[in-house]
Ligand binder design. Sequence first.
Ligand code: AGP
Length: 590
Amino acid sequence: MCGIVGYIGCSEAAPVLLKGLKNLEYRGYDSVGMATVSDSLKVFRGVGKIEKATENLDLRTLQGRVGIGHTRWATHGDVSEKNAHPHLDCKKRIAIVHNGIIENYKDLRDRLVEKGHEFKSNTDSEVIAHLIEDNMDDAMSFEEACITSFKELDGSYAVLAVLRDDQKIVAARKDSPLVIGLGEGELYFASDVSALIEWTKDVVYLQNHDVVVATAEGDMSFYNLIEEQEVKRRRDTVGWDAEQARKGEFEHFMLKEISEQAETVSRAILQDDEVIERIIDEVRRAKGVFFVGCGSSYHACLAGSYLFSKVAGVHVNLVLASEFENYEHFLTDETLVFAVSQSGETADVLDAVKAAKRRGSKVIAVTNVVGSSLMRAGDMMLLMNSGPEICVLSTKTYTSQVVLMAFLAYALAGKRDDCTKSIRNLYMDIFNLTSKTMREHLKGLAALLVSSEHIFMIGRGLQYATALEAALKVKEVSYIHTEAFAGGELKHGPLALIERGTPVFIFVGRNNREKVLSNAHEVKARGGVLIGISEQDEEPFDMWIKVPECGNFNPIIQAIPMQVLAYELAVQRGLDPDKPRNLAKCVTVL
Ligand code: AGP
């Protein structure tokens, strides 16, 4: 996912931009660039990681106290310097950086080429610079040209635009996040708070269709393209500090965030009673409830669908966000959709929300990011309170999502206090599961598995959701092919995959212990090596990860040692657990 930063104020912009881009590295990228404004536009672009791309860059060549920067995660156009942002207009007076996708860029580009514009890249984003130039050629001011141009863009954008010899930044957002940090006589722009929090905790979140003109004096004027008028936006204060967004004493964000779960699980239930009441009223009134998410969020939705059934007797339709369009036909204004996304920016989820809105359905946004597109799109929202999750892998946000699902199920059943008590009782169990002792045990287990070509995982009911999540953790961070199956499915095909020495994890819950142990015996009989996750060691196990039995809260407890194991596998395979290959923290493209 691309990241954008901007600065305008009393210091040289380039060093601030570079630091801001480094703070956005976790989003995943393949090229980087900056532009600063002085009597001309000074532009730098490079391919690869920031250290590599800027190793020969002398920041003094990027003079100016106004600047914009970009980390690119290629969607349109290959990974190359010409496709890196910032993009310029023909006269090299305008520079823009963009996060999102311009869906009508081809038509716009054809029209501009006909008018004589020359394009240098094969990206969608470059069209924005030429569109602004074209409108300025029609005697518009820079600000007017920007506003007119943004109105013509279909798709999603968070854009920063600057003009040579003009001490201002024009910023705009539609369906891609953009936040402004308020300093002393200086302003910071970024795709998310973690890029600018080391300078300020006072922020303004742009709303959808907002355009902001910011001047070197620190003044800002807000205009909304839909309301077609000047608007006011409130100042917020970020609830966490730069320290939280840094690694602390941990080598990687992944381990830091795993270790925070005793706290974050407890924080997830700190919800506004009135909001919970309104949400469960909506569930009771709805004719059809959907849980929609991707990846780990989908696994949390699966666990949630079991809990809604078991605890509250409520039926929920569980759907992958990318498949939701197949259900659009029978959505009505009585349908309720829970859109679950820790980042609040996953394109598949935002697309599903748009489909639901088209049919008049109500949307409950379940997210971890204040000011995210999902939060703004929802009719109501539930925040996970997990704090910043920098690692590409979802760990603490996954368990917080499961907590929220359980909390809603128990609230529906009129047993919210029981849930609160049970969650609070997990504190020490989670603390122990993230302790150094447990980590040493799992380090040893990882050493036995580190050269595996395949790993399989089996569970039933809530443990099946955990098996899916555990398999995703291991595969995405260690690159070992890992798959999960519902225990009852084993004989319908997957059993053919078991050979002598194949490692198979068995997730055991007291409620379906006998059935899943019979699956374990089937695997054992074919030479599989069994690793049990259970409250007690069982006869067929070759290795055992001891976890407390927590009934409906097993999906929280049993996921944690698997997160640690996945982390250890990645480290022992010499990989960076925070930035797995080919992946980004947030998938903002469909
Ligand atoms: C989880 O470890 C992965 N990083 C990925 O599957 C993730 O859960 C998925 O992309 C959904 O992200 P979201 O919760 O931000 O929507």
